[in-house]
Ligand binder design. Structure first.
Ligand SMILES: Cc1cc2nc3c(=O)[nH]c(=O)nc-3n(C[C@H](O)[C@H](O)[C@H](O)COP(=O)(O)O)c2cc1C
Length: 305
């Protein structure tokens, strides 16, 4: 099956799920399950409506109706021999159903694990804010997860004029290379009340985005603040981190942690855990706290696989 283009990380569940829902509906009836059992345990290949009705102890029209439902989902096949119609299980359809179910199961368990690590790692409330720009949503996802896990404020930044997928790679890349600042909303970002600033941006052309360059200039009350900076990229972060660090230094903000993330790492629970650990360590370092400032979760994850 070719990947569809609906989702960011497509595993074709959007196509499988409606089909599975119909199949589950067809299977969600005791009489139909008994019919399937009878047909699957029959080796004669000559089970017809009347025989099935006798074995199940129900009327022939009722059996016909149930067989119709199972046939419409492809679970049951029929063949005509003279005046008789015989029914059998469609093995290929059952194998496909099993494969689809396995895929949904794997995907759900995988997602549960990730949610678990991101949201349950700790329940804390850091006096920090996550300021970020995101064009396609990846950096936003990371920022939100840090916000959820650490109880930080979120400050999403938008460009006043949004980039199209064309202009991002032309004007956007050009402006990134130049180190330009885009007009942004909000125009001013007062960070005076925070102990730690977490600043995130995608990498464009190996550099920070023009939006995050503007963020650095939009800060007020930033002198003497500490920051943890992160970039998301396809694996070629270039000079994005050092350039962002240098720009922050000019505003009196010292960077005490730098993180570069790729899409694969963002989806990996271990890297997710490690990111949260780094945010907390940076916070503890800048607030001189030897231990967690939080109420520990009653069931902390000690050895997440
Ligand atoms: C205009 C543009 C330029 C990019 N340049 C780079 C690059 O130089 N190196 C890289 O690894 N990824 C590059 N990327 C990929 C993004 O950095 C990466 O997909 C990022 O995680 C997207 O974050 P976002 O969804 O928050 O916008 C670029 C993406 C865009 C749109």
């Amino acid at each position: 099956m070719d990947p569809c283009t609906c989702c960011d990380a497509c595993d074709n569940l959007c196509e499988i799920v409606p089909e599975m829902a119909r199949t589950f509906k067809a299977l969600g009836d005791l009489t139909r399950l008994r019919l399937i059992y009878l047909l699957s345990s029959d080796s004669s290949g000559t089970l017809g409506v009347s025989e099935l009705a006798t074995r199940l102890g129900i009327s022939q029209p009722a059996v016909s109706q149930h067989l119709k439902t199972l046939k419409s989902e492809g679970i049951v096949d029929s063949r005509r021999e003279g005046f008789f119609i015989y029914y059998s299980i469609n093995r290929e359809r059952m194998v496909l159903f099993r494969k689809q179910f396995d895929r949904i199961y794997a995907s759900v368990m995988d997602k549960c694990d990730k949610e678990f690590v991101w949201t349950e790692t700790r329940q804390i409330s850091l006096n920090a804010c996550v300021i970020f720009y995101s064009y396609t949503g990846i950096t936003r996802g990371v920022a939100e997860k840090i916000g959820n896990a650490c109880g930080c404020d979120l400050v999403p930044v938008q460009t006043k004029k949004e980039y199209s997928s064309f202009s991002a790679y032309t004007t956007g890349v050009f402006r990134s290379r130049k180190g330009a600042c885009d007009p942004i909303i909000p125009e001013e970002i007062d960070v005076s009340g925070y102990d730690l600033l977490v600043i995130g941006t995608p990498v464009w052309a190996g550099k920070p985005t023009p939006a995050i360059n503007a963020v650095v200039q939009a800060f007020s009350g930033c002198e003497g603040k500490k920051a943890l900076i992160f970039v998301t990229s396809c694996g070629i972060p270039g000079e994005a981190l050092p350039l962002l660090k240098a720009a922050l230094a000019k505003r009196g903000v010292s960077v005490i942690g730098e993180i570069s993330l790729t899409k694969n790492e963002i989806g990996n629970p271990e890297d997710g855990n490690s990111l949260i650990e780094q945010v907390i360590a940076a916070y503890n370092a800048c607030t001189d706290q030897p231990d967690m400032p939080e109420k520990q979760n009653e069931n902390p994850i000690e050895d997440y696989p």
